[in-house]
Design a protein around this ligand. Structure first.
Ligand code: ATP
Length: 427
């Protein structure tokens, strides 16, 4: 099957030009270049290969039968690309404004033990395709002049695309690398495919192999799931298959999540959703239950803090469930919490009063500042020290509650407070 025409239609002009240029440079070095992986799958499906989570960029994978790092270096020198080379894996990334190209030397991979990173040795294209996760991701398109556009499909990926099936390439696939369990479900849900019968059986049998995967790799897969348009379907299915409880028995994927993730999407831009989804995923748990998961997944400090704050605030939400609260009271109850935690609680809470207070804090109260600062209070004759601190806080509170509105109001109130505090001493 020749896909030359489809390539020309599918890739944006500037990217196509670049790919052709890379191919010409490779040919000059006696090497061949192939499009592989997701781009081939998406091109055959006729769906866009842009991922909103990666900022609507084209992420293109190329396999080189030769030295990918040297080729990438050569290409970078003649185009405006940022180069990132991984000598150990014989791969290189070329970053352009609106696309990223991953170049990899065609390679063989062997797994010394389940879950470990593979040992890599150079190979031919067929070796490179058989190390891949699923048949639909194990196709290549040649870019070489003599067979430009030719589809290389040794594992019948095109049939599986037509039959809408996710199929592993061999029975040891999930035990070699159990992240493929998470990947299989992600593609199944994204593409609305099914797990091929034997693949489904192998997947279920190998759920315990998730224990062989490092926390960092599991977290990375979760991040990829959170970049999907509707990650809740992936999470629900992982729960159903027993993979989610294997990652943590406290994570739940049914019902609740769907509604909350949907709300999150209506509030946040795609690029900012991932952390919010994570806070919502752990929301039904208790803080003690989730501590171990945070450590195991090596969750970055900022997000760990937001997760802990989310669960701490959840335990105190009843304090905010009173419509009589003044804005200043709302503000002082919430100011210690990470804004992401407040956002997660605003989405998760069922109480309209709580929701209103949390939104008021997020959209308004947290930005309220007094116009006067310490220096200016000194000029009004208020000495630095605890006295000044109290006056500043009184000004802030009055601002929050809308009792004063202007700088002049602040000065009047500050002087009145100063006088009120001085009076008992004058007597
Ligand atoms: P998308 O970005 O749309 O999810 P993709 O296919 O581009 O899909 P990547 O994660 O960028 O996905 O991986 C590129 C290719 O590398 C895949 O298509 C697959 O062939 C291969 N691959 C990725 N992860 C694995 C894995 N754990 N085991 C085997 N092959 C993998």
């Amino acid at each position: 099957m020749n896909l030359a025409h489809q390539i020309e239609q599918y890739l944006p002009g500037s990217l196509l030009e670049l790919v052709k240029d890379i191919n010409a440079q490779a040919a000059g070095r006696g090497e061949r270049v192939y499009l592989v992986g997701g781009i081939v799958r998406d091109l055959l499906l006729g769906v866009p290969s842009l991922r909103s989570g990666s900022g609507l960029r084209f992420d293109l994978d190329l396999v080189v039968t030769g030295d990918a790092v040297k080729l990438a270096r050569q290409v970078a020198a003649t185009s405006r690309a940022k180069l990132l080379a991984h000598h150990r894996f014989c791969t290189a990334k070329l970053r352009y404004d609106s696309f990223t190209l991953d170049l990899a030397t065609a390679r063989k991979e062997t797994y010394d033990k389940p879950g470990a990173l593979p040992t890599v040795t150079p190979g031919i294209l067929k070796d490179d395709l058989i190390r891949r996760d699923f048949s639909i991701n194990a196709m290549a398109i040649s870019l070489a002049a003599d067979d430009y556009g030719e589809l290389i499909d040794p594992h019948q990926g095109r049939n599986d695309l037509e039959d809408r099936l996710i199929r592993v390439l061999h029975s040891g696939s999930f035990s070699d690398d159990a992240t493929r369990i998470l990947r299989a479900v992600r593609y199944e849900q994204r593409l609305d495919f099914e797990l091929e019968a034997q693949t489904a059986q192998l997947l279920k049998q190998n759920i315990p192999m998730l224990d062989t995967i490092s926390g960092d790799r599991i977290r990375h897969e979760l991040e990829l799931i959170f970049k999907e348009e509707q990650p809740e379907f992936v999470i629900r299915r992982l729960d159903e298959l027993g993979a989610l409880p294997r990652i943590s028995p406290f994570l739940k994927g049914e019902g609740w999540i769907a509604d909350k993730f949907d709300r999150a999407r209506r509030i946040k831009k795609p690029g900012q959703l991932s952390s919010l989804y994570f806070c919502l995923l752990v929301y039904p748990s208790q803080q003690e239950e989730i501590e171990q998961l945070l450590v195991h997944l090596n969750v970055p400090t900022g997000l760990s803090r937001a997760v802990r704050d989310t669960l701490r605030l959840k335990a105190s939400l009843h304090l905010l469930d009173k419509s009589s609260l003044k804005p200043s009271e709302v503000c002082y109850l919430l100011q210690e919490y990470d804004p992401l935690a407040i956002q997660a609680n605003a989405i998760a809470s069922e109480s309209p009063v709580v929701q209103r207070h949390l939104q008021l804090f997020l959209t308004k109260l947290r930005f309220v500042r007094t116009s006067l600062n310490g220096e200016e209070l000194k000029r009004l004759g208020i000495p630095a020290g605890p006295e000044m601190g109290k006056i500043l806080q009184a000004l802030h509170r009055a601002r929050l509650d809308g009792e004063i509105k202007t700088r002049r109001d602040e000065e009047t109130l500050a002087l009145a407070l100063r006088d009120a505090r001085q009076r008992p001493r004058d007597r």
